[in-house]
Design a protein around this ligand. Structure first.
Ligand code: SF4
Length: 478
Protein backbone atom coordinates (compact mmCIF):
# COMPACT_ATOMS: atom_id res chain seq x y z
CA UNK A 1 0.00 0.00 0.00
CA UNK A 2 1.39 3.42 -0.95
CA UNK A 3 1.28 6.38 1.40
CA UNK A 4 0.96 10.02 0.50
CA UNK A 5 0.68 11.91 3.77
CA UNK A 6 -0.03 15.17 1.94
CA UNK A 7 -3.38 13.76 0.90
CA UNK A 8 -4.49 12.83 4.42
CA UNK A 9 -7.37 14.76 5.93
CA UNK A 10 -6.81 14.53 9.68
CA UNK A 11 -9.13 15.29 12.61
CA UNK A 12 -8.77 18.64 14.34
CA UNK A 13 -10.40 19.01 17.79
CA UNK A 14 -10.41 22.79 17.58
CA UNK A 15 -12.41 22.70 14.34
CA UNK A 16 -14.62 19.90 15.70
CA UNK A 17 -15.57 22.05 18.71
CA UNK A 18 -16.62 25.04 16.57
CA UNK A 19 -20.29 25.77 16.04
CA UNK A 20 -22.18 27.93 13.59
CA UNK A 21 -25.59 27.71 15.17
CA UNK A 22 -27.17 30.20 12.77
CA UNK A 23 -26.96 27.88 9.80
CA UNK A 24 -29.22 24.80 9.90
CA UNK A 25 -27.71 21.77 8.19
CA UNK A 26 -28.43 21.30 4.52
CA UNK A 27 -30.02 18.08 3.32
CA UNK A 28 -28.71 16.04 0.38
CA UNK A 29 -29.57 12.65 -1.12
CA UNK A 30 -27.17 9.76 -1.42
CA UNK A 31 -26.29 8.38 -4.84
CA UNK A 32 -23.91 5.54 -5.64
CA UNK A 33 -22.03 6.28 -8.88
CA UNK A 34 -22.06 3.39 -11.37
CA UNK A 35 -18.26 3.06 -11.20
CA UNK A 36 -18.49 1.86 -7.55
CA UNK A 37 -21.46 -0.48 -7.91
CA UNK A 38 -19.43 -3.61 -8.56
CA UNK A 39 -16.24 -2.70 -6.69
CA UNK A 40 -17.03 -5.33 -4.07
CA UNK A 41 -18.27 -8.09 -6.40
CA UNK A 42 -17.01 -11.47 -5.26
CA UNK A 43 -15.57 -9.96 -2.05
CA UNK A 44 -16.64 -10.33 1.57
CA UNK A 45 -16.64 -7.83 4.40
CA UNK A 46 -17.04 -8.00 8.16
CA UNK A 47 -18.12 -5.04 10.30
CA UNK A 48 -17.30 -4.89 14.01
CA UNK A 49 -19.41 -2.28 15.78
CA UNK A 50 -18.74 -0.98 19.30
CA UNK A 51 -20.60 1.46 21.53
CA UNK A 52 -24.00 3.09 21.49
CA UNK A 53 -27.13 2.68 19.37
CA UNK A 54 -25.99 5.53 17.07
CA UNK A 55 -22.97 3.44 16.19
CA UNK A 56 -25.11 0.35 15.64
CA UNK A 57 -27.25 2.41 13.27
CA UNK A 58 -24.10 3.65 11.46
CA UNK A 59 -23.02 0.00 11.18
CA UNK A 60 -26.32 -0.75 9.42
CA UNK A 61 -25.63 2.07 6.94
CA UNK A 62 -22.08 0.83 6.31
CA UNK A 63 -23.46 -2.67 5.68
CA UNK A 64 -26.08 -1.23 3.30
CA UNK A 65 -23.50 0.77 1.33
CA UNK A 66 -21.12 -2.19 1.06
CA UNK A 67 -23.89 -4.49 -0.13
CA UNK A 68 -24.89 -1.91 -2.74
CA UNK A 69 -21.25 -2.06 -3.88
CA UNK A 70 -21.44 -5.83 -4.31
CA UNK A 71 -19.77 -6.97 -1.06
CA UNK A 72 -21.23 -9.88 0.90
CA UNK A 73 -21.40 -9.16 4.63
CA UNK A 74 -20.13 -12.03 6.78
CA UNK A 75 -19.51 -12.36 10.50
CA UNK A 76 -16.14 -14.19 10.49
CA UNK A 77 -13.39 -11.61 10.74
CA UNK A 78 -10.55 -13.88 9.62
CA UNK A 79 -12.32 -14.89 6.42
CA UNK A 80 -13.31 -11.39 5.26
CA UNK A 81 -11.58 -9.47 2.48
CA UNK A 82 -12.47 -6.19 4.17
CA UNK A 83 -12.63 -5.59 7.93
CA UNK A 84 -14.26 -2.46 9.26
CA UNK A 85 -13.95 -1.40 12.90
CA UNK A 86 -16.82 0.98 13.68
CA UNK A 87 -15.52 2.39 16.94
CA UNK A 88 -16.58 4.16 20.14
CA UNK A 89 -14.61 6.85 22.00
CA UNK A 90 -16.73 7.36 25.10
CA UNK A 91 -14.36 5.48 27.42
CA UNK A 92 -10.68 4.71 27.18
CA UNK A 93 -11.30 1.01 27.91
CA UNK A 94 -13.41 0.69 24.72
CA UNK A 95 -10.61 2.27 22.69
CA UNK A 96 -7.97 0.00 24.16
CA UNK A 97 -10.09 -3.00 23.27
CA UNK A 98 -10.29 -1.93 19.61
CA UNK A 99 -6.58 -1.10 19.43
CA UNK A 100 -5.84 -4.56 20.88
CA UNK A 101 -7.99 -6.24 18.24
CA UNK A 102 -6.49 -4.22 15.39
CA UNK A 103 -3.00 -4.85 16.77
CA UNK A 104 -3.58 -8.59 16.75
CA UNK A 105 -4.35 -8.46 13.01
CA UNK A 106 -0.81 -7.49 12.06
CA UNK A 107 0.26 -11.07 11.37
CA UNK A 108 -2.92 -11.86 9.45
CA UNK A 109 -2.30 -8.82 7.24
CA UNK A 110 1.33 -9.87 6.66
CA UNK A 111 0.10 -13.31 5.53
CA UNK A 112 -2.72 -11.86 3.42
CA UNK A 113 -1.61 -8.40 2.24
CA UNK A 114 -4.73 -8.01 0.07
CA UNK A 115 -6.98 -8.10 3.12
CA UNK A 116 -8.11 -4.52 3.86
CA UNK A 117 -8.56 -3.03 7.32
CA UNK A 118 -10.55 0.15 7.95
CA UNK A 119 -11.26 2.16 11.10
CA UNK A 120 -14.22 4.52 11.37
CA UNK A 121 -16.55 5.94 14.02
CA UNK A 122 -15.76 8.16 16.98
CA UNK A 123 -12.17 6.97 17.56
CA UNK A 124 -11.34 8.06 14.02
CA UNK A 125 -12.39 11.62 14.97
CA UNK A 126 -9.72 11.80 17.69
CA UNK A 127 -6.42 13.47 16.82
CA UNK A 128 -4.27 11.34 19.15
CA UNK A 129 -5.86 8.04 18.07
CA UNK A 130 -5.33 8.73 14.36
CA UNK A 131 -1.73 9.79 15.05
CA UNK A 132 -1.19 6.53 16.94
CA UNK A 133 -2.81 4.45 14.18
CA UNK A 134 -0.69 6.06 11.48
CA UNK A 135 2.53 5.55 13.42
CA UNK A 136 2.07 2.13 14.96
CA UNK A 137 -0.57 0.25 12.93
CA UNK A 138 0.69 -0.09 9.34
CA UNK A 139 -1.92 -2.81 8.79
CA UNK A 140 -4.68 -0.15 8.72
CA UNK A 141 -5.47 0.87 5.13
CA UNK A 142 -8.37 3.27 5.56
CA UNK A 143 -9.49 5.71 8.27
CA UNK A 144 -12.68 7.72 7.88
CA UNK A 145 -14.82 9.62 10.36
CA UNK A 146 -18.43 9.94 11.42
CA UNK A 147 -19.27 12.75 8.98
CA UNK A 148 -18.40 11.07 5.69
CA UNK A 149 -20.01 7.62 5.70
CA UNK A 150 -21.53 8.57 2.35
CA UNK A 151 -18.00 8.89 0.93
CA UNK A 152 -17.12 5.28 1.77
CA UNK A 153 -17.39 4.04 -1.87
CA UNK A 154 -14.98 6.72 -3.12
CA UNK A 155 -12.53 6.13 -0.26
CA UNK A 156 -12.57 2.37 -0.75
CA UNK A 157 -12.03 2.81 -4.47
CA UNK A 158 -8.93 4.84 -3.68
CA UNK A 159 -7.59 2.03 -1.49
CA UNK A 160 -8.53 -0.81 -3.87
CA UNK A 161 -7.77 0.76 -7.26
CA UNK A 162 -4.96 3.21 -6.40
CA UNK A 163 -3.41 1.08 -3.61
CA UNK A 164 -3.28 4.23 -1.49
CA UNK A 165 -3.47 4.25 2.28
CA UNK A 166 -6.36 6.67 2.74
CA UNK A 167 -7.27 8.95 5.65
CA UNK A 168 -10.27 11.27 5.40
CA UNK A 169 -11.68 12.52 8.68
CA UNK A 170 -13.79 15.66 8.30
CA UNK A 171 -13.86 17.94 11.33
CA UNK A 172 -16.94 19.83 10.17
CA UNK A 173 -20.16 17.93 9.86
CA UNK A 174 -21.49 19.13 6.49
CA UNK A 175 -24.91 18.09 5.20
CA UNK A 176 -27.45 15.56 6.40
CA UNK A 177 -27.40 12.77 3.83
CA UNK A 178 -30.77 11.12 3.27
CA UNK A 179 -31.47 7.93 1.38
CA UNK A 180 -28.32 6.02 2.32
CA UNK A 181 -28.71 2.25 1.89
CA UNK A 182 -29.13 0.32 5.13
CA UNK A 183 -29.12 -3.30 6.20
CA UNK A 184 -31.09 -3.38 9.45
CA UNK A 185 -29.79 -5.79 12.06
CA UNK A 186 -33.37 -6.69 13.05
CA UNK A 187 -36.49 -7.01 10.96
CA UNK A 188 -38.96 -6.02 13.67
CA UNK A 189 -37.04 -3.37 15.56
CA UNK A 190 -35.52 -0.33 13.90
CA UNK A 191 -33.14 2.35 15.03
CA UNK A 192 -34.26 5.60 13.44
CA UNK A 193 -31.93 8.59 13.67
CA UNK A 194 -33.85 11.77 14.35
CA UNK A 195 -30.79 13.98 14.73
CA UNK A 196 -27.02 13.92 14.74
CA UNK A 197 -24.42 15.58 16.97
CA UNK A 198 -24.76 17.52 20.20
CA UNK A 199 -24.21 21.12 21.31
CA UNK A 200 -24.37 20.60 25.06
CA UNK A 201 -20.64 20.21 25.78
CA UNK A 202 -20.87 18.35 29.06
CA UNK A 203 -17.30 18.76 30.29
CA UNK A 204 -16.46 15.04 30.35
CA UNK A 205 -17.93 14.18 26.96
CA UNK A 206 -16.15 13.73 23.64
CA UNK A 207 -19.35 13.41 21.59
CA UNK A 208 -19.79 17.11 20.63
CA UNK A 209 -16.31 16.86 19.05
CA UNK A 210 -16.61 13.44 17.42
CA UNK A 211 -20.22 13.82 16.23
CA UNK A 212 -20.31 17.55 15.52
CA UNK A 213 -23.02 20.12 16.02
CA UNK A 214 -26.67 19.20 16.45
CA UNK A 215 -28.44 18.60 13.13
CA UNK A 216 -32.07 17.46 13.17
CA UNK A 217 -33.44 15.42 10.29
CA UNK A 218 -36.57 16.80 8.65
CA UNK A 219 -39.73 15.51 10.24
CA UNK A 220 -41.20 14.20 6.97
CA UNK A 221 -38.07 12.11 6.29
CA UNK A 222 -38.32 10.51 9.74
CA UNK A 223 -42.03 9.76 9.37
CA UNK A 224 -41.45 8.30 5.89
CA UNK A 225 -38.78 5.97 7.35
CA UNK A 226 -41.10 4.84 10.18
CA UNK A 227 -43.98 4.26 7.76
CA UNK A 228 -41.81 2.27 5.38
CA UNK A 229 -40.57 0.13 8.27
CA UNK A 230 -44.10 -0.43 9.58
CA UNK A 231 -45.36 -1.37 6.10
CA UNK A 232 -42.60 -4.01 5.95
CA UNK A 233 -43.90 -5.59 9.17
CA UNK A 234 -41.85 -3.57 11.70
CA UNK A 235 -43.13 -3.43 15.26
CA UNK A 236 -40.83 -1.15 17.26
CA UNK A 237 -38.88 1.99 16.47
CA UNK A 238 -36.18 3.44 18.67
CA UNK A 239 -35.75 7.14 17.91
CA UNK A 240 -32.08 8.03 18.27
CA UNK A 241 -30.22 11.22 19.05
CA UNK A 242 -27.58 12.33 21.54
CA UNK A 243 -30.14 14.65 23.10
CA UNK A 244 -33.55 13.82 21.62
CA UNK A 245 -35.43 16.38 23.71
CA UNK A 246 -33.64 19.14 21.79
CA UNK A 247 -34.91 17.77 18.45
CA UNK A 248 -35.79 20.56 15.99
CA UNK A 249 -34.21 23.44 17.95
CA UNK A 250 -31.59 23.85 15.22
CA UNK A 251 -34.42 24.18 12.68
CA UNK A 252 -36.24 26.76 14.81
CA UNK A 253 -39.06 24.34 15.72
CA UNK A 254 -41.14 25.03 18.84
CA UNK A 255 -41.33 22.01 21.12
CA UNK A 256 -40.00 19.95 18.22
CA UNK A 257 -39.54 16.65 20.03
CA UNK A 258 -43.15 16.51 21.22
CA UNK A 259 -44.36 17.38 17.71
CA UNK A 260 -42.21 14.59 16.28
CA UNK A 261 -43.14 12.07 18.96
CA UNK A 262 -46.86 12.60 18.34
CA UNK A 263 -46.38 12.33 14.57
CA UNK A 264 -44.51 9.02 15.00
CA UNK A 265 -47.23 7.77 17.38
CA UNK A 266 -49.89 8.68 14.80
CA UNK A 267 -48.31 6.29 12.28
CA UNK A 268 -49.70 3.48 14.46
CA UNK A 269 -46.38 1.65 14.84
CA UNK A 270 -46.82 -0.68 17.81
CA UNK A 271 -43.96 0.44 20.03
CA UNK A 272 -41.94 3.65 20.24
CA UNK A 273 -38.89 4.23 22.41
CA UNK A 274 -36.36 7.05 22.34
CA UNK A 275 -32.72 7.53 23.41
CA UNK A 276 -31.11 9.57 24.88
CA UNK A 277 -32.99 12.14 26.89
CA UNK A 278 -31.29 15.07 28.54
CA UNK A 279 -33.17 16.25 31.64
CA UNK A 280 -32.40 19.91 30.89
CA UNK A 281 -34.42 19.93 27.65
CA UNK A 282 -37.45 17.92 28.83
CA UNK A 283 -40.78 19.65 28.27
CA UNK A 284 -44.01 18.90 30.07
CA UNK A 285 -45.76 18.42 26.73
CA UNK A 286 -43.48 15.43 26.05
CA UNK A 287 -44.63 13.85 29.31
CA UNK A 288 -48.26 14.44 28.29
CA UNK A 289 -47.64 12.87 24.87
CA UNK A 290 -46.14 9.81 26.60
CA UNK A 291 -49.28 9.57 28.71
CA UNK A 292 -51.71 10.07 25.82
CA UNK A 293 -50.33 7.63 23.24
CA UNK A 294 -50.36 3.96 24.28
CA UNK A 295 -47.74 3.11 21.66
CA UNK A 296 -45.13 5.38 23.33
CA UNK A 297 -43.48 3.07 25.86
CA UNK A 298 -43.55 4.25 29.44
CA UNK A 299 -39.92 3.33 30.09
CA UNK A 300 -37.50 6.21 30.12
CA UNK A 301 -33.72 6.32 30.07
CA UNK A 302 -32.89 9.59 31.80
CA UNK A 303 -29.16 10.03 32.51
CA UNK A 304 -28.51 11.98 35.72
CA UNK A 305 -24.72 11.32 36.02
CA UNK A 306 -24.44 12.61 39.62
CA UNK A 307 -26.58 13.46 42.62
CA UNK A 308 -24.38 16.36 43.70
CA UNK A 309 -25.13 19.91 42.55
CA UNK A 310 -21.45 20.83 42.71
CA UNK A 311 -20.46 17.88 40.51
CA UNK A 312 -23.35 18.53 38.10
CA UNK A 313 -22.17 22.14 37.81
CA UNK A 314 -18.62 21.06 37.01
CA UNK A 315 -19.99 18.57 34.50
CA UNK A 316 -21.93 21.44 32.85
CA UNK A 317 -25.08 19.33 32.89
CA UNK A 318 -27.36 22.38 33.08
CA UNK A 319 -29.71 21.13 35.80
CA UNK A 320 -29.62 20.69 39.54
CA UNK A 321 -30.37 17.66 41.68
CA UNK A 322 -33.63 19.35 42.73
CA UNK A 323 -34.68 19.95 39.10
CA UNK A 324 -33.95 16.35 38.20
CA UNK A 325 -35.97 15.02 41.14
CA UNK A 326 -38.86 17.34 40.29
CA UNK A 327 -38.84 16.02 36.73
CA UNK A 328 -39.00 12.45 38.00
CA UNK A 329 -41.81 13.38 40.42
CA UNK A 330 -43.77 15.20 37.69
CA UNK A 331 -43.47 12.20 35.39
CA UNK A 332 -44.59 9.77 38.08
CA UNK A 333 -47.57 12.03 38.87
CA UNK A 334 -48.69 12.05 35.22
CA UNK A 335 -47.67 8.46 34.34
CA UNK A 336 -47.80 6.38 37.54
CA UNK A 337 -46.47 3.20 35.91
CA UNK A 338 -43.46 4.87 34.24
CA UNK A 339 -40.08 3.19 34.81
CA UNK A 340 -36.68 4.88 34.85
CA UNK A 341 -33.15 3.85 34.02
CA UNK A 342 -30.14 6.15 34.16
CA UNK A 343 -26.39 6.67 33.66
CA UNK A 344 -24.04 7.53 36.53
CA UNK A 345 -20.40 8.63 36.61
CA UNK A 346 -18.39 7.77 39.71
CA UNK A 347 -15.18 9.59 40.63
CA UNK A 348 -15.59 12.68 38.46
CA UNK A 349 -12.52 14.91 39.10
CA UNK A 350 -12.69 16.30 42.62
CA UNK A 351 -15.75 14.25 43.67
CA UNK A 352 -15.68 14.05 47.48
CA UNK A 353 -17.08 11.25 49.62
CA UNK A 354 -19.96 13.54 50.64
CA UNK A 355 -20.73 14.33 46.98
CA UNK A 356 -20.66 10.64 46.11
CA UNK A 357 -23.08 9.96 48.95
CA UNK A 358 -25.45 12.50 47.38
CA UNK A 359 -25.48 10.22 44.32
CA UNK A 360 -26.32 7.27 46.57
CA UNK A 361 -29.17 9.19 48.16
CA UNK A 362 -30.50 10.22 44.73
CA UNK A 363 -30.55 6.54 43.73
CA UNK A 364 -32.44 5.79 46.97
CA UNK A 365 -35.01 8.41 46.03
CA UNK A 366 -35.45 7.44 42.36
CA UNK A 367 -35.15 3.65 42.76
CA UNK A 368 -34.09 3.20 39.13
CA UNK A 369 -34.95 -0.05 37.36
CA UNK A 370 -31.33 -0.23 36.30
CA UNK A 371 -28.38 2.09 35.77
CA UNK A 372 -25.14 2.10 33.81
CA UNK A 373 -22.53 3.21 36.31
CA UNK A 374 -18.89 3.76 35.36
CA UNK A 375 -15.74 5.17 36.83
CA UNK A 376 -14.97 8.51 35.14
CA UNK A 377 -12.70 8.07 32.12
CA UNK A 378 -10.77 11.21 31.02
CA UNK A 379 -11.15 12.02 27.32
CA UNK A 380 -8.35 14.03 25.80
CA UNK A 381 -9.49 17.41 24.51
CA UNK A 382 -12.44 17.75 26.91
CA UNK A 383 -12.43 20.35 29.73
CA UNK A 384 -12.78 17.70 32.47
CA UNK A 385 -9.56 15.99 31.36
CA UNK A 386 -7.67 19.09 32.54
CA UNK A 387 -9.43 19.25 35.95
CA UNK A 388 -7.54 18.37 39.09
CA UNK A 389 -8.31 14.84 40.22
CA UNK A 390 -6.80 13.63 43.47
CA UNK A 391 -9.11 10.70 44.26
CA UNK A 392 -7.19 7.40 44.02
CA UNK A 393 -8.53 4.89 41.50
CA UNK A 394 -8.97 2.31 44.28
CA UNK A 395 -11.37 4.68 46.07
CA UNK A 396 -13.31 5.27 42.86
CA UNK A 397 -13.60 1.52 42.27
CA UNK A 398 -14.84 1.02 45.81
CA UNK A 399 -17.47 3.73 45.29
CA UNK A 400 -18.55 2.09 42.05
CA UNK A 401 -19.00 -1.20 43.87
CA UNK A 402 -21.13 0.42 46.58
CA UNK A 403 -23.23 2.15 43.94
CA UNK A 404 -23.67 -1.02 41.89
CA UNK A 405 -24.84 -2.92 44.99
CA UNK A 406 -27.53 -0.32 45.53
CA UNK A 407 -28.55 -0.31 41.86
CA UNK A 408 -28.89 -4.10 41.87
CA UNK A 409 -30.91 -3.99 45.09
CA UNK A 410 -33.48 -1.64 43.49
CA UNK A 411 -33.46 -3.53 40.19
CA UNK A 412 -34.39 -6.70 42.04
CA UNK A 413 -37.01 -4.90 44.15
CA UNK A 414 -38.61 -3.37 41.04
CA UNK A 415 -38.64 -6.73 39.25
CA UNK A 416 -40.45 -8.41 42.17
CA UNK A 417 -43.72 -6.73 41.14
CA UNK A 418 -43.71 -8.81 37.95
CA UNK A 419 -43.92 -12.16 39.78
CA UNK A 420 -46.93 -14.14 38.50
CA UNK A 421 -47.97 -11.21 36.27
CA UNK A 422 -48.69 -11.51 32.55
CA UNK A 423 -46.67 -9.13 30.38
CA UNK A 424 -46.51 -8.40 26.65
CA UNK A 425 -43.13 -9.34 25.18
CA UNK A 426 -41.87 -8.46 21.71
CA UNK A 427 -39.99 -11.62 20.81
CA UNK A 428 -36.38 -11.18 19.59
CA UNK A 429 -35.99 -14.89 18.82
CA UNK A 430 -33.82 -17.47 20.62
CA UNK A 431 -31.79 -16.31 23.61
CA UNK A 432 -28.02 -16.00 22.96
CA UNK A 433 -27.21 -17.98 26.12
CA UNK A 434 -29.77 -20.72 25.66
CA UNK A 435 -31.09 -21.26 22.14
CA UNK A 436 -34.01 -23.43 23.29
CA UNK A 437 -35.44 -20.43 25.15
CA UNK A 438 -36.88 -17.33 23.49
CA UNK A 439 -36.21 -13.80 24.66
CA UNK A 440 -37.66 -10.35 24.23
CA UNK A 441 -38.57 -7.12 25.99
CA UNK A 442 -41.68 -5.99 27.84
CA UNK A 443 -43.24 -2.59 27.26
CA UNK A 444 -41.32 -1.44 30.36
CA UNK A 445 -38.10 -2.68 28.70
CA UNK A 446 -37.49 -5.71 30.91
CA UNK A 447 -35.62 -8.58 29.33
CA UNK A 448 -37.71 -11.77 29.54
CA UNK A 449 -36.50 -15.29 28.76
CA UNK A 450 -39.48 -17.49 28.05
CA UNK A 451 -40.64 -20.77 26.63
CA UNK A 452 -43.22 -21.10 23.90
CA UNK A 453 -44.16 -23.75 21.35
CA UNK A 454 -45.44 -21.29 18.80
CA UNK A 455 -43.88 -17.82 19.19
CA UNK A 456 -41.23 -16.58 16.80
CA UNK A 457 -39.20 -13.41 16.23
CA UNK A 458 -41.41 -10.36 15.82
CA UNK A 459 -44.45 -11.74 17.65
CA UNK A 460 -45.89 -9.83 20.58
CA UNK A 461 -46.57 -12.57 23.10
CA UNK A 462 -48.42 -12.72 26.45
CA UNK A 463 -45.94 -14.21 28.91
CA UNK A 464 -46.66 -15.29 32.48
CA UNK A 465 -43.65 -14.51 34.70
CA UNK A 466 -42.54 -17.56 36.66
CA UNK A 467 -39.22 -16.38 38.10
CA UNK A 468 -37.79 -12.99 38.98
CA UNK A 469 -34.07 -12.20 38.87
CA UNK A 470 -32.27 -8.89 39.40
CA UNK A 471 -32.00 -7.94 35.73
CA UNK A 472 -34.10 -10.49 33.86
CA UNK A 473 -37.42 -12.27 34.19
CA UNK A 474 -38.25 -15.87 33.26
CA UNK A 475 -41.66 -16.89 31.98
CA UNK A 476 -43.89 -19.04 29.88
CA UNK A 477 -46.04 -17.92 26.95
CA UNK A 478 -49.77 -18.32 27.61
S1 SF4 B 1 -25.76 15.82 26.26
FE1 SF4 B 1 -24.92 13.73 26.10
S2 SF4 B 1 -23.85 13.65 24.13
FE2 SF4 B 1 -24.21 15.82 24.60
S3 SF4 B 1 -22.34 16.51 25.62
FE3 SF4 B 1 -23.74 15.88 27.26
S4 SF4 B 1 -23.28 13.69 27.64
FE4 SF4 B 1 -22.32 14.24 25.66
Amino acid sequence: MQTNKNQYILPDHRAEGKRNLNEPAEQKRFTLPAEYQSLGSGKTCCIRTYGCQANVRDGETIAGILQAMGFTVISEMEAADLLIFNTCAVRRAAEEHVLGEVGSLKTLKQKHPKKLIAICGCMAQEESVVEDLLKHYPQVDLIFGTHNLDQLPKLLANVINQHQRTVEVCSQEGSIIEGMPKERSRKYKAFVNIMYGCDKFCTYCIVPYTRGKQRSRYLDEIIAEVEEFKAAGGKEVQLLGQNVNAYGKDQGMEDGFTVLLKAVAETGIERIRFYTSNPRDYSFSTIEAMRDYPNIMKALHLPVQSGSNEVLRRMNRGYTREQFLKLVDDMKAVIPDITFTTDLIVGFPGETEAQFEETLSLVDYCRFDSAFAFVYSPREGTPAAAMEDDTPLAVKKQRLQRLNEKITQYARMNNEVYADQTVKVLCDGPSKNNPVVLCGYTESNKLVNFTSDTASEGDIVDVKITQVKSYTLDGKAI
